[in-house]
Design a protein. Sequence first.
Length: 383
Amino acid sequence: MSHTTSISQARDTACSGRALKGRLILENGQMFAGTIIGKPRRGYGEVVFHTGMTGYQEILTDPSYAGQIVVMTYPLIGNYGINPQDFESRKPWLSGFVTAEACDEPSHWQSNQTLSDYLTEQGIVGLTGVDTRTIVRMIRDKGALKGWIVPDEGGDPPTADELDFPETMKGHVERVTTPAMYQASESGRYHVVVIDFGTKTNIIRSLVHMGCKVTVVPARTSFETIRELRPDGILLSNGPGDPIDCADVLPTIRKLAGTYPLMGICLGHQLLALAFGAKTGKMLFGHRGSNHPVKELTSGRVWITSQNHGYAVLAEDIPAALEVTHINVNDGSIEGIRVKSLPAFSVQFHPEACPGPRDSEGLFEKFLQHMAEQGERHLVHAT
């Protein structure tokens, strides 16, 4: 081998990590070979799949994916690059990203970075050239599996027996919540306090767009601290992990729901349900995609919704204090509830994500209506 050839091969291996081979190794022993993109490091997490054709930038920065390796079912990812407008949080929180094909020559007028370059910059490992169809079928049949993305480091790759597969979904809310209270909007008709369990930026943006003053507070902010902010309403945000891990906030949520109009989204939905006596459980493989059909029970209308969750409110033994308002058309799981005696409701899906594209936008309007009615009641009592 010539000196020139060896230099060329070394350069190719170093260039964007594209020539470095790697594997996804699952806890059941299955291995899937591919090419490393992003940061050439090991990544560990719960392996889940997302069925959306677009929105990979939002998926990368959605805090609800903390500690997970996300497999994209759509075969080509990265074709419109990365832009400064579509981030859902301050950084990616997932542990790894898997695609069948990653585009390294994106075309979009807002793009300023490739998918691989963004992953490299953020220290996230990715794997492309992978048989994602087989991975998804396996997860669909057996449920979410824990796994490692492992770059080839010379010699034989490790086997599942040589790797540890610890629990992956503990303590992530503490990682993703805001470290300090901040104001996202300083003026508005109604003051909404968002309790940040891992909120997406577009939830805050939606509230601001509807004329709300928005204050974002850490996940374990006390009732007394929130009361001092003099809110008109409370929003419980989405977030990662098992809702039972946040059981210590349930008394605060119940007290808030009895004091202010309240809306919950995704993890916030599950926490509201738990606060009023319902139960939650882990789903086989969850709902992650942008086209999940949900039926509104009062009208019979079916909405197209965006979802990202691996836990759900259990349909068995729903407490008398709660009413189920929405169900999933595909599997009958609970997608929405309301507290019968209070202006408090929640949904499992993401109304801010523009599925449909505006099917569920009215939920924010309902939240504003509850705040308006609460304000009118206060005026009546004051006079």
